[in-house]
Every structure is written in structure tokens, then in C-alpha cells.
Write a protein that binds this ligand. Structure first.
Ligand code: MG
Length: 226
């Protein structure tokens, strides 16, 4: 792990970027899974809203860290709901963090390969790309569902290395999930950054020694808002 505060951009050729909580406010996902889905579920099942929240929370916790946790198909079948359709109903609540467009444009202008690297299901990626209009800013979009393992699992990283050409020494990963940074660290990714406040409605998170960014100004000097 290279933990110097400033990034030496001259060394970096590839940038892996997480989506939810890194480029987009995790408040959307927290609202969706902890408010909206329980609400619809409670109506469908004829149970109390509070009871539904507790029931679903238990189900979520049992899947955390597994790819199933991120799988809209899994939850659609478990909960007997159309998760993709429900997401589309509230998609206007998706919001990009400040300076994301500017940062992605800066990466393009400076010849860095930018890869969206997410555990989100492609259905969610499609909804969020449509909503934010940033799809064309990436050289490639990879969802861990195509490898069968989540980014926080060790099995993910050799599969990524087989599929995408990058040098560990010249790669930056920005991800709000500390378990993901730890896995990337174990597999040699040299430049790692966390996100201090992935959900703007919650306090700053503990980043276990990884440097966290407040916004993209912290790693690129002089980004100017469009
Ligand atoms: Mg994330």
C-alpha cells in the first residue's frame, strides 16, 4: 500500500473506480434497500412496515460480502419483487458526487485508462448510467457478476488480471468499501483511496488506515466545476 497523501499521477496509467458510494451518493442505495423495498414488500405481504424492515435487514445481513448481496435477480426472486422496476421508479434520486464529471474528463484528457469496477448488477449499472449520463466517460465497465465473485473476495482479482491489462504499480483504485481496498491491497494494487463520506446523510466512516478523499479536489489539483 502506498499511503502518501498526494498521488503521483505520472506513475498512474489505470484508474479503477467503484460506482455506489464512490462516484454516486450511497444515500440512494440506502434509501432504496432500507426504506423503499421494505415499504413495497410490506404492502405486498400485508405486514407492518417496521416488521418488514427488520425482516429484510436480517436477510441482507446474511448475504453481505457475497455477490448475491449485490444481485438484483437474487433479491427479485427472494422477495418476489421486480427490483429493477422498483429502482427505475425512484431513479431520479440517484445523484453524482460533486466534480465526478470533471474528474472523469480530466482522466480522459490526461490519457489515463478509466474503468468502472463495480459489484452492482448490470441492471443497476444501466439505470445509473442512464440517469447520470457518464457511461461514455469510461474506457470500460466491469461488473463483478461477470466473474462470479465480489471485489472483496480474493478469487475476484486473478480473474480481473486475466481479463483486463493493467500493472499493479501503475494502478489506482478508489472504493468506499474498505474490505475491497484490503482485497486489492493483498493482490498488489499500489495506489488505494477510500471515500470518507459515501452516504452524505451519514457521518464520516472509519477507513482502517487507507487514505480517504472528501472529493476529487483532494487528488487532482485545480479541478474546476463545469
Ligand atoms: Mg461502493
Amino acid at each position: 500500500m502506498n499511503n502518501s497523501r498526494s498521488l503521483d499521477w505520472a506513475q498512474i496509467k489505470t484508474v479503477f473506480l467503484d460506482m455506489d458510494g464512490t462516484l454516486m451518493d450511497l444515500a440512494f442505495d440506502n434509501y432504496f434497500w432500507h426504506e423503499y423495498v421494505p415499504l413495497i414488500y410490506s404492502k405486498n405481504k400485508g405486514i407492518d412496515d417496521v416488521e418488514a424492515k427488520q425482516l429484510l435487514l436480517g436477510m441482507y445481513q446474511r448475504q453481505r460480502g457475497n455477490l448475491t448481496w449485490y444481485c438484483t435477480d437474487y433479491w427479485s426472486s427472494q422477495l418476489d419483487l421486480g427490483i429493477k422496476q422498483l429502482k427505475q421508479q425512484v431513479a431520479t434520486k440517484v445523484s453524482l458526487f460533486p466534480l465526478v464529471n470533471e474528474f472523469l474528463t480530466w482522466l480522459q484528457d490526461n490519457g489515463k485508462r478509466s474503468v468502472l469496477l463495480t459489484n452492482a448488477h448490470m441492471d443497476s449499472v444501466d439505470i445509473k448510467m442512464e440517469q447520470t449520463g457518464i457511461r461514455a466517460k469510461f474506457d470500460r465497465i466491469i461488473t463483478s457478476h461477470s466473474y462470479g465473485y465480489a471485489k472483496e473476495q480474493d478469487e475476484f482479482w486473478p480473474l480481473l488480471a486475466d481479463d483486463e491489462i493493467y500493472q499493479c504499480e501503475a494502478t489506482l483504485l478508489i472504493d468506499d468499501n474498505v474490505s475491497v481496498l484490503q482485497a486489492a491491497d493483498r493482490h498488489g494494487i499500489k495506489h488505494l483511496r477510500s471515500v470518507l463520506r459515501p452516504d452524505t446523510t451519514l457521518p464520516i466512516q472509519e477507513t482502517q488506515g487507507y487514505l480517504g478523499i472528501n472529493n476529487f479536489h483532494d487528488i487532482v489539483d485545480g479541478l474546476i466545476e463545469f
